[in-house]
Design a protein around this ligand. Sequence first.
Ligand code: RTP
Ligand code: MG
Length: 136
Amino acid sequence: MAERTLVLVKPDAVGRSLIGEVLVRIERKGLRVVALEMRTATTEVAAQHYAEHQGKPFYDGLLQFITSAPLVAAVVEGPRAITAFRQLAGGTDPVEKAATGSIRGDFGLETQLNLVHGSDSPESAAREIALWFPSL
Ligand code: RTP
Ligand code: MG
């Protein structure tokens, strides 16, 4: 049974020319990219995307960062795609939590600049896909 997840290649990864690296890892795993678009997120979309973090100390900086430069949004599909991509991404803190071999573990040093986002549950995935790709 195929599942869909919303992936963001965040502005830090785009700026470091790591779009291809991230997509290669997704495809090599066996997941399929079913929608893909580069854009600069508006504050409105970013605020909805990260609504769960409103009020946290890192929230303002997170919104500032995520809207600061182009990102790549993608819908990725496959069996257990949500968990599969979270495994590919690694934990939120690229040094303390992400294992070497994961995207964040291999390329990240700072929590805010952790390269990618992946939906964390089926409910989040449905909400985020509708937000970033309303025509899907
Ligand atoms: P994401 O939502 O971006 O996929 O990351 P995540 O689930 O692994 O982590 P989450 O807790 O949802 O946090 C969202 C993003 O906020 C930034 N963050 N900074 N202590 C901090 O400075 C801090 N904590 C979180 C990160 O960019 C994280 O990915
Ligand atoms: Mg999250």
